[in-house]
Design a protein around this ligand. Sequence first.
Ligand SMILES: [Zn+2]
Length: 485
Amino acid sequence: MESWEKLCKMPYKAIREMQDRKLRAFLANQIYRYSPYYEERLKEHGIDPFKVKGIEDLRHLPFTYKWDIAPTDEEPRKTRDFVIRPDEEVSEKYGHLAEMSLTSGKGMVEERYFDFKPVHIHFTTGRTALPTPFVYSKRDLANLSESGYRLLDVFGVTSDDVVLNCFPFAPHLAFWQAYFACEKMNVSAFHSGGGKAVGTGNLMDAFEYLRPTVAVFIPGYCYYFLREAVRRGRDFSSLKKVFFGGERVPPGLKDKIKELFRQLGAEDVMVLATYGMTEAKVAWAECPSHEEYHGYHLYPDFEIFETVDPDSGEPVREGEEGEIVYTALDWRGTAVLRYRTGDIAKGGLLYEPCPNCGRTIPRISSDIQRRSEVKEFSLTKVKGTLVNLNNFFPLLMGHPDIEEWQIELRKRNDDPFDLDEIYLHLSTKGEVDQDRLMADVRQKIVRDTEVSLTGVFFKPLPEMVAQLGMETELKEKRIVDNRPD
Ligand SMILES: [Zn+2]
């Protein structure tokens, strides 16, 4: 890996040359030799890894889609073909190592262990496919720590801060990225496991006892947790920054969170966002600013980002809207190339130095729409409609009159062959005119998702909180699909 401090000042041209160089070496020395899946793809497409000059040649490589990697009932172990494994002995059997140590010495064995031996796993959370494992070697874990350090550096967190990590314990990137970040930055941190692990009341005690300056949360749970804390008259006045992972933070929700912190005695808390994906094995930090959005700072020595037209797959220009395509650079363990994330970056990729902090590393725009939750609905007898369920989040999370909400999908008459129905369950924020709110929400949902709600149910807040599984689920149940198979 490169020095972060150096990278942040490197002119873009030099960054690009470094990426070209790293890509050439990675394809020739690792991917082509040790990645069974991509070795086959390269051969199939007649790509000679020794003739690849750099990023420009990347587009000759086919895209990799979620379903290429995800295990199926027929091929439960297919993710193994994406793992860089120099030989079966190192990654699986170890028995051969004794022989290797006689011929090549103990040092070499240890080095190969460090580089290649899988020691850590995260799983994707997808609801549509089987969970997909992504493995890390020790070398990869060093990258994960480094990316955590970089993320905290962008947020302006230092070893003087105290961090309270409220992500739930889970084999997912979010929790472990926060853990390794704090360790590398030498921050005092309490990795609580969130309210589900320690109890919401105890978590509040931890805020008052440890006096953290930084908190790490899943946005939906944070909003609930802070409301509860206000209700119980808690004091969170030590807090300066809160950062989120797991999902996008719409501007409306940022405002609501800041206001709740104010009521808890913490003025002007900075609400920060991260963007991460299991497939990339790291998360990136949004450049901190109270007002404007300057995008997420990328790690050009760890990955190559492309933005492409989601329909044609053709690259789009700098600053233009496009789907994010991710390529691993110099990783071991699981590594994917030209991975179609399904996420759309509205403002595209940005290569000029950041107007907010001056770092020269590339950025991806703050406005990222996740497309991973696109489902087909038959809303008329004639044809199916594709609906992006993620579009409900910014609208309902950020709505000033909505406290909690849930979308429920059903079939009319519970008949699998009948039409789909979409219901909204919601609790209002204080006393509001229900008819006016309903009309407003209905109209905005049509605007943002192109579907009409079948019905709206107003619910008391405690009932809504229970229905969401706020205290019981790993992640609250915002969208429930009750359609019969
Ligand atoms: Zn910046």
